[in-house]
Design a protein around this ligand. Sequence first.
Ligand code: ADP
Ligand code: MG
Length: 238
Amino acid sequence: MTRVHIQDLSIRFGNHEVIKGLDLDVNSGEFLVLLGPSGCGKSTLLHTIAGLNQVSGGSIHIGEQDMTRAEPSQRGVGMVFQSYALYPTMTVKENLAFPLKMAKTPKAELEKRVAAAADMLQLGPLLERRPAQLSGGQRQRVAIGRAVVREAKVLLLDEPLSNLDAKLRTDLRRELKLLHTRLGNTMIYVTHDQVEAMTLATRIVVMHQGVIQQIGTPAEVYEKPNNLRVAGFVGSPA
Ligand code: ADP
Ligand code: MG
């Protein structure tokens, strides 16, 4: 299993410093939720862990390795975006298999992993459909499945449920928890939804304007907020 160790990380776009000297240790196998208002830098931080942004200062270790400047494909992380970027002309099965094809995974292994991911995400009956023939929730399951097939040690999820209706969000939250139990991998999950953070997280990181305000279990953050900002944000229902 793999921990993520972030030290004095800064990310700048022009002269706008979006992440400001951030330190964060993500424990191996934990479900860490990054929570904060829109624009506070959650996606920027996640993209940076995935290797999609240039670092202005500091370092990122994944496992024992310094990955601060490594290519995204070398980092052993999988990423699920807010809008499920599925390939429209491919079937569900082909979408799931695509990352493995790119990695030149042998056919037998590929079939095995696709079947396992389809089973975990209840996609079995949908394998021959194309994205246009799926509901929003089903599409997002495929997007999660596509990250799961790669058996990444660290899974990064950027508001994966925010485009779905309330009932579906509740169902998928439960599924994500089960998935985490089965995979036992490290999850870093971004949301601006307090309820989502409370139900999913082993620990919550509350962010404001590129700075961590508090890190704690859901109960700690809720019951003993460090400051008024955390109290105001976590205390008030979405
Ligand atoms: P969140 O995900 O918490 O809503 P973001 O990380 O998307 O916040 O954005 C944080 C800030 O960084 C915002 O002010 C946004 O405009 C800015 N930002 C994000 N990505 C870029 C980029 N590629 N270029 C310039 N500014 C960016
Ligand atoms: Mg975002």
